[in-house]
Design a protein around this ligand. Structure first.
Ligand code: T3D
Length: 261
């Protein structure tokens, strides 16, 4: 596919997806959603890819839905349809991918752009970045998993404050509140995110996929059900070549060479 609104590059086991509409602060359009879907499917099906790294071009990460498109319509638009077609599958794809997804938030992340970032597995943000639940300013609700992810990551009170007030939350505060993994100086973002993605791509990726699945399912499971899930996934992880390699490397006092198998 010839991408117009994103960039995709694959090397050294990492698929790098760059949102690329900098003049619109990388706001989502239907075309961009189609291209992201295509790129994520390409990354998921390419056996050489063991980690995805997502970032934005220019000064912003993503300003959410492109609001200029909202005016192109003659009558009221069915926003539920857009969620069903574009945003919900996006969240389901990211959270369901069997490889880690790192997000490098290079600037403001607003509306669905903020929640797109927050549903990735490991989120690193530049110190100048901010997260804005901009929906309340235009009479909408936090979508792209916002109403699910915010209370889980930040707690009820902070989720309510963020969602209802729509104020910018600095990267520093996002880190303090447990919304993201790490905040780094702006000029260190690219290197930090790249090193993280590379490190994850060289780890035992099947084990990481099981870990991701277990942590996601824990939100809906009782302790007893979760313990059974851990048993089953550990059973499967124990049969991987990477597990054997990890144990051998430890006993032989050398670095493990994982293959993602
Ligand atoms: O159907 C569906 O898609 C439903 C799903 C909805 C999900 C949502 O995401 S709803 C929330 C949509 N997003 C917003 O409400 C955020 C709107 N943007 C802003 O509030 C601000 O732009 C920011 C806080 C993100 C950044 O502010 P600032 O001052 O740094 O930049 P700016 O000057 O406002 O924006 C720069 C340009 O980008 C500007 O264009 P111009 O004047 O240079 O021609 C601005 O209009 C444009 N831009 C920014 N955000 C959007 C946008 N254009 C279209 N859509 C945007 N979301």
């Amino acid at each position: 596919m010839d991408y117009q609104t994103i960039g995709l590059g694959i090397s050294k086991g990492v698929a790098r997806l760059v949102l690329n509409r900098p003049d619109r602060l990388n706001a989502f359009t239907t075309e961009m959603h189609e291209e992201i879907r295509h790129a994520l499917t390409a990354a998921q099906t390419d056996k050489s890819v063991r980690c995805v790294l997502i970032t934005g071009a220019g000064r912003a990460f993503c300003a959410g839905a492109d609001l200029s498109a909202f005016n192109d319509q003659d009558g009221p638009v069915d926003l539920g349809e857009a969620l069903e077609r574009d945003y919900n599958p996006l969240v389901q794809t990211i959270t369901g991918m069997n490889i880690p997804v790192v997000c490098a938030v290079n600037g403001v992340a607003a509306g669905a752009g903020a929640n797109f970032a927050l549903c990735c597995d490991i989120v690193v943000a530049a110190r100048s970045a901010s997260f804005i639940q901009a929906f309340s300013k235009i009479g909408l609700i936090p979508d792209c998993s916002g109403t699910w992810v915010l209370p889980r990551l930040a707690g009820h009170a902070r989720a309510m404050g963020m969602a209802m007030l729509g104020e910018p939350i600095s990267a520093e505060k996002a880190s303090d509140w447990g919304l993201i993994w790490q905040v780094v100086d702006d000029d260190a973002l690219v290197d930090t995110a790249e090193q993280l993605a590379q490190r994850l791509a060289n780890q035992a990726t099947v084990g990481l996929a099981f870990t991701k699945r277990a942590i996601h399912l824990s939100w809906q499971n009782s302790l007893d059900v979760q313990l059974k899930l851990e048993r089953d996934l550990q059973h499967a992880a124990g049969k991987t070549a990477d597990h054997t390699e990890g144990v051998n490397a430890f006993l032989e006092k050398r670095s493990a060479k994982f293959k993602g198998e």
